[in-house]
Design a protein around this ligand. Structure first.
Ligand SMILES: Cc1ncc(COP(=O)(O)O)c(C=O)c1O
Length: 347
């Protein structure tokens, strides 16, 4: 009875427009039987206002699912022990990738970066092939064509102690969710602010420790900007909180070289390849915030954001204050590569 009342309350809020359909869906509970995931059919109800008070209620099965150590379940039922070292110390590494039209994009590149991160933090007792099989299997089960996959491995579960024992078994956790469109940044561009980089000395490892990134991103959002650009004490540009930063200086595409102060971005690697095809000169070299302010064009690049032109940095217009022509060209080519890959075996 209480469950029914709660559900009625949620429907009423959704109808009143105070709750978006996605929120409604995630607040409702899965019900047993009849399955895309054996044992579950997730309730997935979209209520749309069609005008004149007409409402449409669409029910589909597009579950947001998780995988914990090989076991697939609805996201809100995924559980890991509280003494997991990922939870206690941020002792783990992760990857985020996009899926387009039912296919994982650039999985092999993510796998390679993930393998490197695992090695750098000395995670032991892990079967990476098995883990990649889980990623593919879980995505296949989700049947979400346009999705974001997140996965991480932590060192494992143990009583809290900084040092670990050699026989600790790592924890795998993964989610698959429908991709949420991030405004109109790809077409209209974005504003960014600069923030002093306060992260650790091994930003080339995709570690779970993201507190400085989280705080800087929130600062950007609170100032009406989309991304925060992390700069060193001398004003050198490193990268965004969850993206790479690239600028065009007098016709040359400039980006800082891969080193311990930034993540080797997979999207940025695609950008280099595309710029090469387009015969745009490339210089992997450090550039400063002043260079960024004076650039012809600039953009951020990342798996989730793809490519977004920077129109303003710290309220100063970059170039014309609109998305630059080379940025648009590179973005078009990037999308073309994704479309082409849909005809090819999964990579
Ligand atoms: C700090 C940081 N830099 C750059 C990127 C972009 O990397 P990728 O293009 O591989 O998504 C990310 C992505 O999450 C990131 O967190």
């Amino acid at each position: 009875m209480v469950g029914l009342l709660n559900r009625l309350r949620l429907v009423a809020r959704a109808l009143a427009g105070r709750l978006n359909p996605v929120a409604y869906r995630t607040l409702t509970r899965p019900c047993p039987s009849g399955a895309q995931i054996p044992g579950y059919i997730l309730e997935n109800v979209t209520i749309q206002h069609l005008g004149n008070g007409i409402l449409s209620k669409k029910e589909t099965t597009m579950p947001e699912i998780a995988n914990v150590n090989g076991k697939i379940c609805p996201i809100d039922e995924a559980v890991v022990p509280a003494e997991d070292r990922g939870y206690l110390f941020g002792d783990g590494v992760y990857e985020v990738l996009r899926c387009y039209n039912g296919r994982m994009w650039a999985f092999e590149r993510h796998r390679q970066r993930f393998e490197r991160s695992l090695k750098e933090i000395a995670v032991q007792n892990l079967d990476l092939d098995q883990l990649c099989h889980w990623v593919a299997e879980t995505y296949e089960r989700s049947r979400i064509p346009e999705a974001t996959i997140y996965f991480h491995v932590t060192r494992g579960v143990a009583p809290r102690s900084h040092a670990w024992s050699e026989d600790i078994i790592p924890t795998f956790f993964m989610t698959v969710r429908p991709f949420v469109v991030r405004g109109e940044g790809n077409e209209r561009g974005i504003k960014v602010i600069s923030v002093l980089d306060q992260r650790w000395g091994r930003c080339d490892i995709k570690s779970l420790n993201l507190l400085p990134n989280v705080l800087a991103k929130q600062k950007a959002r609170s100032q009406g900007a989309y991304e925060a650009i992390l700069v060193d004490e001398k004003g050198g540009v490193r990268e965004g909180t969850s993206s790479a930063v690239v600028c065009i200086l007098q016709g040359t595409l400039c980006a800082p070289p891969n080193c311990s102060t930034l993540l080797p971005s997979i999207t940025r690697q695609f950008v280099f390849e595309i710029a090469d095809e387009l015969k745009i000169p490339i210089q992997q070299r450090a550039f400063s915030l002043k260079d960024l302010y004076a650039a012809d064009e600039a953009f951020i690049a990342g798996s989730g954001d793809e490519i977004m032109g920077i129109t303003h940095a710290d309220e100063k217009p970059i170039g014309t204050g609109k998305v630059g022509e080379l940025t648009k060209k590179i973005y078009r080519q990037y999308r073309k590569r994704i479309s082409k890959s849909q005809d090819q075996p999964m990579s």
